[in-house]
Design a protein around this ligand. Sequence first.
Ligand code: ZN
Ligand code: ZN
Length: 164
Amino acid sequence: MQKTVLNLIQQQIIERTESCMALACEHFNRQFLMPTIKFNQRGKIAGSARLQLNELRFNPVLMQDNLDHFLSDVVPHEICHLLAFQLFGRVRPHGKEWQALMVQVYEVKPNTYHGMDVTKVAGKKFAYRCLCGPVGLSIRRHNKVVRKVQQYRCIKCGNQLVAA
Ligand SMILES: [Zn+2]
Ligand SMILES: [Zn+2]
């Protein structure tokens, strides 16, 4: 992905964050500080909110392929974590306060799972095999097999997996 294209995507995320914050200020008739925005979220997570720092992190890889979903859902989702913290203090991450903010301020369904394709960001799989075919194990599981602390069975047939 070219740098200029990514910057355009980042710009849209930043603008959406600004307009969402403006909506919150209007809704509650008070000021909320614009959060710091970083594009360094890794892994399968779309975004995250650092409550104490008033900081949002977005996943640059998922962002590129799912910009519409980020603008419609992920940005309000993460902002609502910040708002819930600033309005109500430490509450459950996706509890009733957060859900109410999603619905009342942004009219977004309070979904917790993003359902985006994560194949590009999924961790490397290690090749194992079973009588019924090849199976991929995560690095965490692979390390357990190597250290001989755990063995894994095929979920289809129940046979023990061996390294391919
Ligand atoms: Zn969340
Ligand atoms: Zn099998």
